[in-house]
Structure formats: C-alpha cells, structure tokens
Design a binder for this molecule. Sequence first.
Ligand code: GLN
Ligand code: ZN
Length: 758
Amino acid sequence: MPRIGAQRELKFALESYWSGKSNADALQAVAASLRASNWQRQKSLGVTVIPSNDFSLYDHVLDISAMVGAVPQIYGSTGGEVPLDTYFAMARGNANVPAMEMTKWFDTNYHYIVPQFRAEQKFSLSSTKPIDEYREAKALGYQTRPVLLGPVTYLKLGKGEDGAFDTLTLLDRLLPVYMEVLNRLAAEGAEWVQIDEPCLVLDLDQAARDALRKTYATFAQAVPQLKIMLATYFGDLRENLAPALALPVAGLHLDLVRGSAQLDRLVDEAPRDRVLSLGVIDGRNVWRAHLSDILKPLHRFVAQRGAESIQIAPSCSLLHVPVDLNLETDIDPELKSWLAFARQKMGELVALGKALGRGRDTVEEAITASDVALKARKASLKVHDAAVSDRASGVTSDMTQRRSPFGQRRKLQHAALNLPEFPTTTIGSFPQTSEVRKARADNNKGAKSDSDYLGFLKAETESAIRWQEEIGLDVLVHGEFERNDMVQYFGEQLSGFAFTKHGWVQSYGSRYVRPPIIFGDVSRPKPMTVGWSSFAQSLTKKLVKGMLTGPVTMLQWSFVRDDVPRADVCRQIALALRDEVRDLEAAGIRIIQIDEPAIREGLPLQRADWQNYLAWAVDAFKLACCGVRDTTQIHTHMCYSEFNDIIDSIGAMDADVISIETSRSKMELLDAFTNYHYPNEIGPGVYDIHSPRVPTVEEMVALLEKAAERLPADQIWVNPDCGLKTRSWKEVHYALVNMVLAANRMRTKFAKRAVASE
Ligand code: GLN
Ligand code: ZN
C-alpha cells in the first residue's frame, strides 16, 4: 500500500521532525498509525494476504541498507543499530555530509537511494524493522506476510564505492544477514515472507542467474519452515521465467498486466505445487479494471490448476498510484467512474478473488458496474475525438523531416541569427521565488485577480529580459514565471488531460508529485505559449527562445490512457506541439526549444524493446519540430542522461542545438557525442544548477576548453546544466555573469588561435 497517507500525513510528520518542530516519538507515532490504518483497511475490505514492512520512512532500498548495515563510512556509524538521524543523513544529507546518490526505481518515477559498497564491505544485522513491523501487526491482530527486497536485486541496484567492482561478489557476505532476518521472522510466527526480485524482468547474465539460484537454495536450506513468495514486477520474465520457476521457493508472483502472455506459459511450465500470485490489477496506472476481461482467462486457469494454489494480486506495489479516489470531489464524475486508486484497487482485487472462489454471487454487482464503466469510456466523446485520430493516422514521413539537412540549415541559421562564437543562453526557467509562487497561489485562491496576476508576471518577465540584456547573454528566455510545472502547464491547456487535487504519488522521500491523467485524445484548443514568448520578444532586439515541453516527457510524467498504445498518445501530443511550434514561428520567434529530459528514462527495461520505443519517441519529437522553415533553429534539452547507448537516436532527433548536463561529470558525458561525431551544435552544461555554489570564470573556461578539445569550437554553445527555477536570483546573477565572461574568454582565445594559425 502507499505509505504516504491519504492526506500526506507522512510528509508533514517528516518535515516537522526534520525542522526540529517535533521529536522522533511523534514521527514514529504517525508512521505507526499509517501502518495500522493500512492493515485495518485491507482487512475490512476483505484482502486475505496482508503485507507488512511495505512501509518506509523514506525508501525501501535504504531500509535494506540499514537492515544489513551498509552504511558508508562518512555517515559515521559502524556496526550496531543504525540511528534514525544516520538513516536520514544517508537519505538527504545534512550540514556535514552530502546525501547518498538517488536514482529511478526501474522504469517508475520513484527514486531510491543507491546502496554503496566497499570492496571489503561487511554486513551485519543493523535494523530489525521487518521483524518489528511484523510483530506490530501481529499485536494488532493481523497475520501478515513481511516484504523484503531480495538480496540479488539489492546488490545489483548498488554501486561499488572505490572504483567499480561487481557488487554480486558480496553475496556470500550478505546472505547470512538475510537468513538471520528470515529465521527471526519464522520464530515470531511468520508463515510466509514476500521477497522481491524485480531484477528478474531485466536482461540477466549467467552470474545473476547463478546468484539467484544460490540465494534461494541457501534460504530453502536454512529456513525450510518459512514459505517464500518470490515477487517480480514491471515486465514479462521472458527467458528468465524458466530459471525463476526452477528456484526452490513456495510461490512466484508475476506481473500479468505488463506480461499477460506469461499466464499461458504457467499452465505448462509451473510446477504443480507452486503457489502462483497473479498480478492482474494494474499497479502502475489509475484506470478502473475491467473485471470480466480479467476473469475470462483466470477462470480457465483456475479450472486447470485448482483454486487453492492461486492468489490474485496487483501487478506490483501500489506505491506508484495515488491513495484514494474518493477524495477527488472536484474531478469530472464521468472520468472519476473510470478510475481506481490504491484503495479502489484493493476492492477490485477482493471482487476478483470472490468471483473466482466461493463468493461469485456476492460480486455480480461489482462486475456489472465495471462493465458499464468500461462501455461508457469506450463510447465517450470526452475520450474520442475523430478529428484528432484522423489527423494522427494521416501523418506522413515528410512531416518528420526538416526541409533541408542540418549542414544546409546551419548555414542559413548562422546567416539569419548572426550569433557570436560560443553563444550564451540558459535552459528556460528563472528563479521561482516565493513571491512568484505566492502570486500564483493567491491567484488560484481568488485572492489576486487575473489582471493583477498577469501584470505581476509581465513585470517579472520584463525585468528578466532587461537583466539578461544587461549581463550580455546572446539568446534570451522569457523566464517561465507563468508555469507551475513543465508538464502541468501544458496539460492544463490541452484537451484530453485531467488533474487531481489529492492524487499524490511518492517521487522520493517526502517529495510527492501529482501526475496528470491523459484520459482522451489530445488536442490544442488554442496557442499555449505564444502570448508569453511574443511579449518577451517585443521587449528586446535580442533573440528570445520559445520554450516547450516535448511529447515524450509529457507522456512519461503522466498517467497515460491504457486503451490505445502509448506511441499513439505521444503522436497526438506531438501534433498539438507541432501547431504550437508553427504558431511561435509565425509570431516571429526564431529559436524554439523543446525539452525532452525524460526521453532516456522512457527506455524499456529489456534491450530487445529499445529500438521500437526509440523509433516512435524520436518520431514524435521530430513531428513536433519539423514543421518549421530551415532558418528557424530548434533546440532540445536533456538532463541527467547517460547518452552512450542512445546516441544514435539523439542524433536522429536532428535538433539544431542540444543542451545537456555535463558539468558534474566534468564533460565526460560529451564523449558519447564526440565518439559518434555528432554533427549538430551542443551546449554542454558548464555549471551544476543543483548546487547553490557560484562557479568561477576559470572553472567554466576549463570545462569549455575540455569541450573544445572534443568538439570543433564552432559547434559549442555555453549554458548551465538545466533550468534555474530552484535557485535564488543572487546565485543566478553571479553565476551567469561569470558564464558570460567565460564565453568571452573563449572567444578571445579562439580568435587568437585562429590568427596564430594563419
Ligand atoms: N525549460 C525547463 C526549465 O528551464 C527545463 C527543465 C528540465 O529540464 N527539467 O526549467
Ligand atoms: Zn534539465
């Protein structure tokens, strides 16, 4: 179950604790009451297998690091119980130590804390959380199935501290701690434990498969009385299914939403005594299940195998969906009738269980209601817009090509735009100060009139333009003061998107997001950004860059309808953006940036699926931008990406200029572009916007020199790593003044070099 609480109770308790307003007991009391209410709710809904240890104060991967004592030396504690403040220091840093690295959990938008290991790493039981929470539930009268992240996935998600080493080599040292936990759980009375090995949906090499075999053979021998439900999710196991079924465990959980074909394979391949947990309710999306459709194959399956050894489950943890649809009192009632959040999904699960077992007649009504909802959704004009689907199916290949190849466009653009060498620009947003946020909040509440708010935003934009002129940037931006979020701002102006009031989902720690819901065909009733971009351009003779969020990123950061392929939705968004791009061009905007920070994280988990995804993702980007004249310069921006394995596709996007994050890696990320001979222009970020530190001119010159060793000087742009919305104006001011100075120095250096070589 989601841990955050329907009213975000965990967030508020954490923040209060971190700010010193409350103590650890108060925090733990909130945590305990969230756990208790989750157990109580599942029980009262009729869920029969109830998990424990699915709760976490911050992150379930960090919980395992605490459990096994994998605490990096800088956090002090060696051996013994990991104190709460050490746990939080690892999670988020403090005045003395930085936070541990964080990264995305598989293909979700949840971030986990990356375990960090030394080659000589030792493990010892350092947190008894799984045992404590099992006992806590038991004391309240619930027999639970504790959940643990499995040792192989845990090690594979981790990193070696001093130089890379294969983290799986630590397995032998890690297993005894797990065995101690399993033994203690068994001693406390647990009959079952769920061990998650989602690594089984990745491409696994022989070493990983061997590690799995060894792990579960060891557990079977050491704790034979405890039954293990081995859980996998987020995909089809494909060639890992046979090895998974060969492991000596009592049960196997499979994600049948992402991998429905696995059900047929189970008929032939699963040992008769294996308990099978069938993940048929979508844990990654918000749509109400169509119970009849789900039941059809399940009835057949149950007839073949008997009901005793089958469990019905969500496809994965419900961490990835909002808590309770009932809180959405403002959402369109029709749309609402098509949705299910975590609590509603529990109800669906119970209905399915009854329908397959003895309670069939008690759930007729639920099944009929789900049929009715699906039928309505299929027929609804809110969902289907013939004009949009016709247009999308009429896309031709010339619509995804610029008129001329880059070499020609480049000459035309250079002549038309007349920019200096090493042109300077920013990524789009300027500080979203507390005044900006307050003005927006006041306007939303009705405390500030629309015209006052507009006046305020215009003043902010104008002063940003003046300031950029003063410090001497070459390509200006309007500052994005009017935007609440780079996806929401567009979603709110597009048909086919809806927003929730309480649909929070954990992104990391106490940071939650409310993803938009793409429920229908997407179209653009009217221009979205042209007003702001042309207002900004009207204020200055310098070039102002138009700023859009790309189709793949909008898709990636939303809950997407499940009745058509994602590629189709992406294409519809791309068409809406294509119109926006053309309108910007027609309004006199000559440089347009389409941000695609999420393009890499959309990559499927298995390599076999990459090509297909990349092909439609690149096509969508090109569809959005290729409607313009050769002289209009298209930029794109990507952050926190590892580019090596997708560089071909980045090349195929054919943006005239790409800005990327490189400063933290000291320009190493540029290697992919150099090795590939990336022909278009590149703005390798010259400073890290995530840090409040103001970079010096020398630092940035050094980075630019490095870039110039790798790329022809006339291919290089000068810009920060990412948007500046999280920074203060003071930091931004000094950093960008220095950045302009650094660009000037590069120009002088290169002019001198050119003279010398003549
Ligand atoms: N244009 C956006 C900004 O500047 C880009 C944000 C991003 O890359 N995440 O904020
Ligand atoms: Zn960025």
